[in-house]
Ligand binder design. Sequence first.
Ligand code: GRG
Length: 286
Amino acid sequence: MDLTRYLTKKKRIIEEALDKYLPPASRRPTTLHQAIRYSIFTGGKRIRPILTLASAEAVGGRPEVALRVACAIELIHTYSLIHDDLPAMDDDDLRRGKPATHKAFGEAIAVLVGDALLTEAFRLIATEGPRVKIKAETLLKIIGDIAAACGSLGMVGGQVVDIESTGLKLKPSKLEYLHLHKTADLIRVSVTSGGRLGGGTSGQLSALSGYGKAVGLAFQITDDIQDSDTQQDKEKKATYPGILGLDRSKRRVAELTQQAVSSLQGFDEKADPLREIARYIGTRKQ
Ligand code: GRG
């Protein structure tokens, strides 16, 4: 399959949907809605929502059933990046090559854009679309899964451990814990939510969860490897290359990619996009 074509097509579908679901920039309070649109539409690979659509397809569902939840996950991802860039956290001036939200709109608005995106994500999931009917029970399960993946036992917990580990030499097991929660939990729930919406069986959902965890970890290690020669000022951050070295980090990515692909053994060719995305994540350049 042609992965580039697949990713481009899905990215377009997601961006059109995001444009439709978000309030226009002219809607009061305009500063907030301008800042929300700036943050969402200033680049981004949309890998998490693409995984949601691909997972719905992998279990034989239509990707349209997963579109709202896919977009909600992109809103949550964007909130996490905006808050991570704040001076109180990672203090980054640039995001996706453009001024970070707090640089473009000020810190108070950036905090509130993040708050609004997180809240809006759950509204989007709970709102019925015109042509798609989803069982309330399925949506409730997804809401619970996403909240768990993003809360104190998930992404926020991982971020706290990351902050508290700055400057410390972590054991590999603690580093893995940190990355599993900071990065992999949201990626895993992107995959399992798509599986649920596509009508996956419990066996398929458990396989998708294994796939999502492996891909999520591989994604973070690849990110660390890419940053290892450019982030001189972030040397104090706990990273895979910093703790395991570059070669072992690359071997770990290869292992995780293999693990992700093996998790999908019981799936037919409809899971090919997921298999290709796992390989792409381990070798991506941006
Ligand atoms: C502030 C609650 C809170 C959490 C922040 C996601 C996160 C947790 C921090 C981001 C730090 C970071 C750069 C982690 C590396 C992995 C990662 C999430 C990269 C950015 O995701 P991409 O590459 O970004 O999917 P795009 O721009 O393509 O959307």
